[in-house]
Design a protein around this ligand. Structure first.
Ligand SMILES: NC(=O)c1ccc[n+]([C@@H]2O[C@H](COP(=O)([O-])OP(=O)(O)OC[C@H]3O[C@@H](n4cnc5c(N)ncnc54)[C@H](OP(=O)(O)O)[C@@H]3O)[C@@H](O)[C@H]2O)c1
Length: 400
Protein backbone atom coordinates (compact mmCIF):
# COMPACT_ATOMS: atom_id res chain seq x y z
CA UNK A 1 0.00 0.00 0.00
CA UNK A 2 1.27 3.53 -0.79
CA UNK A 3 1.81 5.99 2.05
CA UNK A 4 0.15 9.40 2.47
CA UNK A 5 2.58 11.77 4.17
CA UNK A 6 0.93 14.38 6.39
CA UNK A 7 2.06 17.05 8.85
CA UNK A 8 0.33 19.16 11.48
CA UNK A 9 0.79 22.88 12.17
CA UNK A 10 -0.35 23.44 15.75
CA UNK A 11 -0.76 20.83 18.47
CA UNK A 12 -3.32 22.46 20.76
CA UNK A 13 -6.95 21.39 21.20
CA UNK A 14 -7.45 20.84 17.47
CA UNK A 15 -3.98 19.65 16.40
CA UNK A 16 -3.83 17.07 19.18
CA UNK A 17 -7.41 16.06 18.35
CA UNK A 18 -6.42 15.35 14.73
CA UNK A 19 -3.42 13.31 15.81
CA UNK A 20 -5.46 11.24 18.26
CA UNK A 21 -8.41 10.75 15.89
CA UNK A 22 -6.13 9.55 13.09
CA UNK A 23 -4.69 6.99 15.53
CA UNK A 24 -8.17 6.02 16.75
CA UNK A 25 -9.65 5.57 13.26
CA UNK A 26 -6.44 4.52 11.49
CA UNK A 27 -7.71 1.20 10.16
CA UNK A 28 -10.93 2.68 8.81
CA UNK A 29 -9.16 5.68 7.28
CA UNK A 30 -6.45 3.64 5.62
CA UNK A 31 -9.05 1.34 4.18
CA UNK A 32 -10.99 4.33 2.77
CA UNK A 33 -7.85 5.98 1.38
CA UNK A 34 -6.25 2.71 0.31
CA UNK A 35 -3.04 4.27 1.66
CA UNK A 36 -1.09 4.13 4.87
CA UNK A 37 -1.03 7.43 6.78
CA UNK A 38 2.25 8.69 8.15
CA UNK A 39 2.26 11.78 10.41
CA UNK A 40 5.77 12.92 9.58
CA UNK A 41 6.05 16.23 11.44
CA UNK A 42 4.31 18.58 13.86
CA UNK A 43 5.10 22.31 13.99
CA UNK A 44 4.60 23.95 17.39
CA UNK A 45 5.65 27.18 19.07
CA UNK A 46 6.81 26.19 22.53
CA UNK A 47 9.74 23.77 22.40
CA UNK A 48 9.63 23.27 26.19
CA UNK A 49 6.28 21.44 26.25
CA UNK A 50 6.34 17.63 26.23
CA UNK A 51 4.29 16.11 23.34
CA UNK A 52 3.06 12.56 23.46
CA UNK A 53 3.65 11.47 19.89
CA UNK A 54 5.15 8.53 18.09
CA UNK A 55 8.94 8.66 18.03
CA UNK A 56 8.95 8.62 14.23
CA UNK A 57 7.15 11.99 14.16
CA UNK A 58 9.42 15.06 14.08
CA UNK A 59 8.27 17.79 16.50
CA UNK A 60 9.76 21.13 15.57
CA UNK A 61 9.51 24.88 16.04
CA UNK A 62 11.19 25.45 12.64
CA UNK A 63 8.76 25.85 9.76
CA UNK A 64 11.52 25.18 7.21
CA UNK A 65 12.06 21.74 8.70
CA UNK A 66 8.45 20.89 7.85
CA UNK A 67 8.59 22.60 4.45
CA UNK A 68 11.72 20.68 3.49
CA UNK A 69 10.48 17.21 4.32
CA UNK A 70 11.33 14.89 1.41
CA UNK A 71 7.65 14.14 0.81
CA UNK A 72 4.63 16.00 2.13
CA UNK A 73 1.16 15.43 0.68
CA UNK A 74 -1.28 17.11 3.08
CA UNK A 75 -0.86 19.64 5.90
CA UNK A 76 -3.44 20.19 8.63
CA UNK A 77 -3.23 23.77 9.93
CA UNK A 78 -4.67 24.57 13.37
CA UNK A 79 -3.09 27.68 14.87
CA UNK A 80 -4.76 30.97 15.80
CA UNK A 81 -4.80 34.19 13.78
CA UNK A 82 -3.78 35.33 10.32
CA UNK A 83 0.00 35.36 10.67
CA UNK A 84 2.17 33.35 10.51
CA UNK A 85 -0.54 30.95 9.25
CA UNK A 86 -0.98 32.77 5.93
CA UNK A 87 2.74 32.73 5.19
CA UNK A 88 3.05 29.07 6.15
CA UNK A 89 0.10 28.01 3.99
CA UNK A 90 1.21 30.10 1.02
CA UNK A 91 4.65 28.51 1.00
CA UNK A 92 3.20 25.01 1.36
CA UNK A 93 0.71 25.60 -1.46
CA UNK A 94 3.50 26.90 -3.69
CA UNK A 95 5.35 23.67 -2.96
CA UNK A 96 2.30 21.65 -4.06
CA UNK A 97 0.89 20.50 -0.69
CA UNK A 98 -2.82 20.06 -0.15
CA UNK A 99 -4.17 22.02 2.81
CA UNK A 100 -6.83 21.36 5.45
CA UNK A 101 -7.35 24.25 7.85
CA UNK A 102 -9.66 25.15 10.74
CA UNK A 103 -8.44 28.75 10.95
CA UNK A 104 -11.57 30.93 10.55
CA UNK A 105 -9.85 34.28 11.11
CA UNK A 106 -7.35 33.49 8.37
CA UNK A 107 -10.07 32.39 5.94
CA UNK A 108 -12.34 35.36 6.66
CA UNK A 109 -9.43 37.75 6.18
CA UNK A 110 -7.39 36.17 3.38
CA UNK A 111 -9.57 33.34 2.09
CA UNK A 112 -9.90 34.59 -1.47
CA UNK A 113 -6.14 35.08 -1.83
CA UNK A 114 -5.41 31.59 -0.50
CA UNK A 115 -8.11 30.02 -2.68
CA UNK A 116 -6.61 31.70 -5.76
CA UNK A 117 -3.14 30.54 -4.85
CA UNK A 118 -4.38 26.98 -4.33
CA UNK A 119 -6.18 27.07 -7.70
CA UNK A 120 -3.04 28.42 -9.41
CA UNK A 121 -0.94 25.62 -7.97
CA UNK A 122 -3.68 23.02 -8.51
CA UNK A 123 -3.75 21.89 -4.89
CA UNK A 124 -6.79 21.15 -2.76
CA UNK A 125 -7.84 23.49 0.03
CA UNK A 126 -10.48 22.38 2.55
CA UNK A 127 -11.83 24.17 5.62
CA UNK A 128 -15.06 22.52 6.78
CA UNK A 129 -14.02 22.80 10.45
CA UNK A 130 -13.70 26.58 10.25
CA UNK A 131 -17.51 27.00 10.33
CA UNK A 132 -19.34 25.17 13.12
CA UNK A 133 -16.73 22.37 13.50
CA UNK A 134 -18.36 18.99 12.85
CA UNK A 135 -21.57 20.33 11.28
CA UNK A 136 -21.11 19.63 7.55
CA UNK A 137 -22.38 23.01 6.41
CA UNK A 138 -19.75 23.69 3.73
CA UNK A 139 -20.20 20.28 2.12
CA UNK A 140 -23.99 20.72 2.29
CA UNK A 141 -23.62 24.03 0.43
CA UNK A 142 -21.10 22.57 -2.02
CA UNK A 143 -22.87 19.29 -2.69
CA UNK A 144 -26.33 19.23 -1.14
CA UNK A 145 -28.24 22.17 -2.62
CA UNK A 146 -26.37 23.08 -5.79
CA UNK A 147 -29.46 23.27 -7.99
CA UNK A 148 -31.28 25.54 -5.52
CA UNK A 149 -31.51 29.25 -5.04
CA UNK A 150 -30.69 30.19 -1.46
CA UNK A 151 -32.53 33.08 0.10
CA UNK A 152 -30.94 33.10 3.53
CA UNK A 153 -28.46 31.33 5.77
CA UNK A 154 -28.56 31.89 9.50
CA UNK A 155 -26.72 30.22 12.32
CA UNK A 156 -25.97 29.92 15.98
CA UNK A 157 -22.27 29.88 15.25
CA UNK A 158 -20.66 30.58 18.59
CA UNK A 159 -21.16 27.87 21.19
CA UNK A 160 -19.71 29.94 24.03
CA UNK A 161 -22.25 32.73 23.50
CA UNK A 162 -25.06 30.19 23.24
CA UNK A 163 -23.94 28.56 26.49
CA UNK A 164 -23.75 31.90 28.34
CA UNK A 165 -27.21 33.00 27.15
CA UNK A 166 -28.56 29.63 28.18
CA UNK A 167 -27.06 30.00 31.66
CA UNK A 168 -28.58 33.50 31.98
CA UNK A 169 -31.96 32.12 30.99
CA UNK A 170 -31.95 28.99 33.13
CA UNK A 171 -30.19 30.23 36.25
CA UNK A 172 -30.94 33.95 36.24
CA UNK A 173 -27.28 34.69 37.08
CA UNK A 174 -25.34 37.75 35.91
CA UNK A 175 -23.40 37.90 32.67
CA UNK A 176 -20.08 37.90 34.59
CA UNK A 177 -21.11 34.80 36.56
CA UNK A 178 -22.19 32.97 33.40
CA UNK A 179 -18.91 33.88 31.69
CA UNK A 180 -16.99 32.50 34.67
CA UNK A 181 -18.91 29.20 34.43
CA UNK A 182 -18.07 29.05 30.70
CA UNK A 183 -14.39 29.66 31.47
CA UNK A 184 -14.38 27.06 34.28
CA UNK A 185 -15.83 24.48 31.90
CA UNK A 186 -13.19 25.34 29.27
CA UNK A 187 -15.75 26.73 26.80
CA UNK A 188 -14.44 30.31 26.90
CA UNK A 189 -10.85 31.48 26.61
CA UNK A 190 -9.19 33.51 29.39
CA UNK A 191 -9.59 36.41 26.93
CA UNK A 192 -13.16 35.79 25.75
CA UNK A 193 -13.34 38.81 23.38
CA UNK A 194 -13.44 36.71 20.20
CA UNK A 195 -16.53 34.84 21.38
CA UNK A 196 -18.56 37.34 23.37
CA UNK A 197 -17.95 40.33 21.08
CA UNK A 198 -19.21 38.40 18.08
CA UNK A 199 -15.87 38.14 16.19
CA UNK A 200 -15.86 34.35 16.01
CA UNK A 201 -19.40 34.21 14.52
CA UNK A 202 -18.49 37.15 12.24
CA UNK A 203 -15.52 35.27 10.74
CA UNK A 204 -17.65 32.18 10.18
CA UNK A 205 -20.51 33.96 8.41
CA UNK A 206 -17.97 35.79 6.21
CA UNK A 207 -16.63 32.41 5.13
CA UNK A 208 -20.18 31.35 4.24
CA UNK A 209 -20.66 34.59 2.31
CA UNK A 210 -17.51 33.82 0.30
CA UNK A 211 -18.68 30.30 -0.45
CA UNK A 212 -22.29 31.04 -1.28
CA UNK A 213 -21.94 34.37 -2.97
CA UNK A 214 -18.29 34.61 -3.94
CA UNK A 215 -17.79 37.86 -2.04
CA UNK A 216 -18.10 39.51 1.35
CA UNK A 217 -19.84 42.73 2.33
CA UNK A 218 -17.53 45.54 3.41
CA UNK A 219 -16.63 44.75 7.01
CA UNK A 220 -17.59 48.26 8.13
CA UNK A 221 -21.13 47.70 6.78
CA UNK A 222 -21.71 44.58 8.88
CA UNK A 223 -23.79 44.79 12.05
CA UNK A 224 -21.57 42.93 14.54
CA UNK A 225 -22.75 42.80 18.12
CA UNK A 226 -21.80 40.39 20.85
CA UNK A 227 -23.73 39.27 23.89
CA UNK A 228 -22.22 41.41 26.62
CA UNK A 229 -25.16 43.85 26.62
CA UNK A 230 -27.79 41.13 26.99
CA UNK A 231 -29.08 41.10 30.57
CA UNK A 232 -31.13 38.62 32.58
CA UNK A 233 -33.83 41.29 32.56
CA UNK A 234 -34.02 41.17 28.74
CA UNK A 235 -34.07 37.39 28.80
CA UNK A 236 -36.86 37.26 31.39
CA UNK A 237 -38.95 39.81 29.46
CA UNK A 238 -38.52 37.82 26.26
CA UNK A 239 -39.27 34.53 28.01
CA UNK A 240 -42.46 35.93 29.52
CA UNK A 241 -43.85 36.30 26.01
CA UNK A 242 -42.51 32.97 24.76
CA UNK A 243 -39.28 34.16 23.14
CA UNK A 244 -35.63 33.23 23.74
CA UNK A 245 -32.66 35.51 23.15
CA UNK A 246 -29.99 33.78 21.05
CA UNK A 247 -26.86 35.05 19.36
CA UNK A 248 -27.06 34.46 15.62
CA UNK A 249 -25.29 35.34 12.40
CA UNK A 250 -27.38 35.96 9.31
CA UNK A 251 -26.51 36.13 5.61
CA UNK A 252 -28.83 37.32 2.86
CA UNK A 253 -28.58 39.35 -0.32
CA UNK A 254 -29.75 42.86 -1.15
CA UNK A 255 -29.53 44.64 -4.48
CA UNK A 256 -26.15 46.03 -3.33
CA UNK A 257 -24.65 42.63 -2.48
CA UNK A 258 -24.43 40.29 0.53
CA UNK A 259 -25.82 41.55 3.83
CA UNK A 260 -24.58 40.15 7.11
CA UNK A 261 -25.69 40.75 10.67
CA UNK A 262 -24.21 39.18 13.78
CA UNK A 263 -26.24 39.98 16.88
CA UNK A 264 -28.56 38.79 19.64
CA UNK A 265 -32.07 38.11 18.32
CA UNK A 266 -35.42 36.99 19.80
CA UNK A 267 -36.44 33.49 18.68
CA UNK A 268 -39.98 32.12 18.83
CA UNK A 269 -40.75 28.49 19.64
CA UNK A 270 -41.65 27.75 16.02
CA UNK A 271 -38.05 28.37 14.94
CA UNK A 272 -35.52 25.48 14.90
CA UNK A 273 -33.00 27.54 16.93
CA UNK A 274 -35.38 27.82 19.93
CA UNK A 275 -34.19 24.53 21.46
CA UNK A 276 -30.52 24.77 20.54
CA UNK A 277 -28.95 24.84 23.99
CA UNK A 278 -25.52 24.63 25.63
CA UNK A 279 -22.44 24.89 23.43
CA UNK A 280 -24.22 23.51 20.38
CA UNK A 281 -24.28 25.26 17.03
CA UNK A 282 -27.00 25.18 14.39
CA UNK A 283 -27.24 26.41 10.82
CA UNK A 284 -30.43 26.97 8.83
CA UNK A 285 -30.29 27.15 5.04
CA UNK A 286 -33.42 28.47 3.29
CA UNK A 287 -33.55 27.18 -0.27
CA UNK A 288 -36.26 27.35 -2.92
CA UNK A 289 -36.46 23.63 -3.84
CA UNK A 290 -35.14 21.74 -0.82
CA UNK A 291 -36.92 24.06 1.63
CA UNK A 292 -35.53 25.02 5.02
CA UNK A 293 -32.73 22.70 6.13
CA UNK A 294 -31.40 22.86 9.68
CA UNK A 295 -28.15 21.23 10.73
CA UNK A 296 -27.30 21.06 14.43
CA UNK A 297 -24.37 19.70 16.43
CA UNK A 298 -21.16 20.43 18.30
CA UNK A 299 -19.59 23.64 17.01
CA UNK A 300 -16.26 23.17 18.77
CA UNK A 301 -14.11 20.69 20.67
CA UNK A 302 -11.20 18.42 19.86
CA UNK A 303 -13.01 15.44 18.33
CA UNK A 304 -15.81 17.26 16.47
CA UNK A 305 -13.28 19.64 14.90
CA UNK A 306 -10.84 16.84 14.09
CA UNK A 307 -13.70 14.85 12.57
CA UNK A 308 -14.45 17.67 10.10
CA UNK A 309 -10.77 17.98 9.20
CA UNK A 310 -10.34 14.27 8.63
CA UNK A 311 -13.47 14.26 6.46
CA UNK A 312 -11.74 17.04 4.50
CA UNK A 313 -8.77 14.74 4.00
CA UNK A 314 -11.12 12.14 2.52
CA UNK A 315 -12.73 14.80 0.35
CA UNK A 316 -9.30 15.85 -0.95
CA UNK A 317 -8.60 12.24 -1.77
CA UNK A 318 -11.83 12.09 -3.80
CA UNK A 319 -10.89 15.14 -5.89
CA UNK A 320 -7.84 17.11 -4.96
CA UNK A 321 -8.52 20.12 -7.19
CA UNK A 322 -12.24 20.57 -6.62
CA UNK A 323 -13.15 24.23 -7.12
CA UNK A 324 -14.93 26.27 -4.49
CA UNK A 325 -18.62 26.43 -5.27
CA UNK A 326 -20.36 29.78 -5.53
CA UNK A 327 -24.12 29.58 -5.79
CA UNK A 328 -26.31 32.51 -6.63
CA UNK A 329 -28.65 33.77 -3.98
CA UNK A 330 -32.19 34.75 -4.68
CA UNK A 331 -32.49 38.51 -4.29
CA UNK A 332 -34.25 39.14 -1.02
CA UNK A 333 -36.75 41.96 -0.71
CA UNK A 334 -35.51 44.80 1.45
CA UNK A 335 -38.76 44.42 3.35
CA UNK A 336 -40.22 44.79 6.79
CA UNK A 337 -39.12 42.68 9.70
CA UNK A 338 -40.45 41.98 13.19
CA UNK A 339 -38.58 43.25 16.24
CA UNK A 340 -38.78 42.83 19.99
CA UNK A 341 -38.06 46.03 21.91
CA UNK A 342 -37.18 45.90 25.59
CA UNK A 343 -37.12 48.98 27.76
CA UNK A 344 -39.12 50.59 30.52
CA UNK A 345 -42.16 52.64 29.62
CA UNK A 346 -40.37 55.92 30.21
CA UNK A 347 -37.70 54.95 27.69
CA UNK A 348 -40.39 54.24 25.09
CA UNK A 349 -42.74 57.08 26.03
CA UNK A 350 -42.92 58.99 22.75
CA UNK A 351 -42.98 55.96 20.48
CA UNK A 352 -46.04 53.94 19.66
CA UNK A 353 -45.39 50.24 19.53
CA UNK A 354 -47.54 47.18 19.66
CA UNK A 355 -47.68 46.16 23.32
CA UNK A 356 -47.27 42.59 24.41
CA UNK A 357 -48.69 40.93 27.50
CA UNK A 358 -45.48 41.84 29.31
CA UNK A 359 -44.78 45.34 30.55
CA UNK A 360 -41.52 46.64 29.11
CA UNK A 361 -41.55 44.29 26.10
CA UNK A 362 -43.02 45.53 22.82
CA UNK A 363 -43.26 44.44 19.22
CA UNK A 364 -42.50 46.48 16.16
CA UNK A 365 -42.78 45.68 12.49
CA UNK A 366 -40.96 47.76 9.97
CA UNK A 367 -37.89 48.47 7.98
CA UNK A 368 -34.82 48.06 10.14
CA UNK A 369 -33.33 51.41 9.16
CA UNK A 370 -36.55 53.27 10.10
CA UNK A 371 -36.80 51.53 13.44
CA UNK A 372 -33.18 52.15 14.32
CA UNK A 373 -33.48 55.78 13.26
CA UNK A 374 -36.57 56.23 15.44
CA UNK A 375 -34.73 54.71 18.39
CA UNK A 376 -31.57 56.75 18.02
CA UNK A 377 -32.76 59.11 20.72
CA UNK A 378 -33.65 56.13 22.96
CA UNK A 379 -30.29 54.54 23.74
CA UNK A 380 -31.69 52.48 26.61
CA UNK A 381 -34.11 50.56 24.44
CA UNK A 382 -32.78 47.16 23.32
CA UNK A 383 -33.74 46.04 19.81
CA UNK A 384 -33.85 42.32 19.03
CA UNK A 385 -34.75 41.20 15.49
CA UNK A 386 -37.30 38.37 15.78
CA UNK A 387 -36.96 34.95 14.15
CA UNK A 388 -39.76 32.45 13.74
CA UNK A 389 -42.52 35.04 13.44
CA UNK A 390 -43.02 35.02 9.70
CA UNK A 391 -46.25 36.98 9.68
CA UNK A 392 -46.28 40.71 10.03
CA UNK A 393 -47.43 41.74 13.47
CA UNK A 394 -50.56 43.82 13.15
CA UNK A 395 -51.46 46.56 13.45
CA UNK A 396 -48.43 48.02 11.82
CA UNK A 397 -46.46 50.18 14.18
CA UNK A 398 -46.50 53.93 13.87
CA UNK A 399 -43.14 55.45 14.61
CA UNK A 400 -43.69 59.01 15.76
N1 LIG B 1 -10.84 24.70 19.57
C1 LIG B 1 -11.89 24.45 18.77
O1 LIG B 1 -12.87 23.81 19.18
C2 LIG B 1 -11.86 24.95 17.37
C3 LIG B 1 -12.96 24.66 16.52
C4 LIG B 1 -12.93 25.08 15.17
C5 LIG B 1 -11.84 25.81 14.72
N2 LIG B 1 -10.80 26.10 15.59
C6 LIG B 1 -9.66 26.85 15.05
O2 LIG B 1 -8.52 25.99 15.09
C7 LIG B 1 -7.35 26.74 15.31
C8 LIG B 1 -6.61 26.16 16.53
O3 LIG B 1 -7.45 26.24 17.66
P1 LIG B 1 -7.04 25.50 19.05
O4 LIG B 1 -8.24 25.62 19.93
O5 LIG B 1 -6.46 24.17 18.77
O6 LIG B 1 -5.91 26.48 19.59
P2 LIG B 1 -4.88 26.19 20.78
O7 LIG B 1 -5.37 25.10 21.66
O8 LIG B 1 -4.56 27.52 21.37
O9 LIG B 1 -3.58 25.63 20.04
C9 LIG B 1 -2.83 26.42 19.18
C10 LIG B 1 -1.62 25.62 18.73
O10 LIG B 1 -0.92 26.41 17.77
C11 LIG B 1 0.46 26.40 18.07
N3 LIG B 1 1.06 27.64 17.58
C12 LIG B 1 0.73 28.92 17.93
N4 LIG B 1 1.49 29.78 17.21
C13 LIG B 1 2.30 29.03 16.43
C14 LIG B 1 3.31 29.33 15.49
N5 LIG B 1 3.65 30.58 15.23
N6 LIG B 1 3.94 28.31 14.87
C15 LIG B 1 3.60 27.02 15.15
N7 LIG B 1 2.66 26.67 16.03
C16 LIG B 1 2.02 27.67 16.67
C17 LIG B 1 0.54 26.30 19.56
O11 LIG B 1 1.81 25.80 19.90
P3 LIG B 1 2.25 25.45 21.41
O12 LIG B 1 1.51 24.16 21.72
O13 LIG B 1 3.70 25.26 21.30
O14 LIG B 1 1.83 26.60 22.25
C18 LIG B 1 -0.61 25.32 19.84
O15 LIG B 1 -0.16 23.99 19.73
C19 LIG B 1 -7.79 28.20 15.48
O16 LIG B 1 -7.63 28.87 14.27
C20 LIG B 1 -9.26 28.07 15.85
O17 LIG B 1 -10.02 29.20 15.46
C21 LIG B 1 -10.80 25.69 16.88
Amino acid sequence: MDTLHVALIGFGTVGKGIYQCIEKQREQLESLLQKKISIDAILIKNAELQREVDEGTVVTTEFDELLNLPQLDVVFEAINGVEPAETYLSRLIEKGCHIVTANKELLATSGSRIRELAATHKVGLRYEASVAASIPILSTLREGVRSNQLSEISGILNGTSNFILNELQEKGITFEEALRVAQDKGYAEADPKNDIDGWDAFYKILILSDIVYGQQPKWENVVRKGISDVTSFDIKKAEAIGLRIKHTANLSLSAEGPVISVEPVAISNTHPFFNVTGVNNAVCVSSNLAGDITLQGPGAGAEPTASAMIEDLLSLHRNSTDAVYYSSLEKAEDGDQNFLLIGDDAALSNLTFLPSSEEGAYYATGNRRDIEAALQTHPHVKVYPMYGTENRLTPQIELI
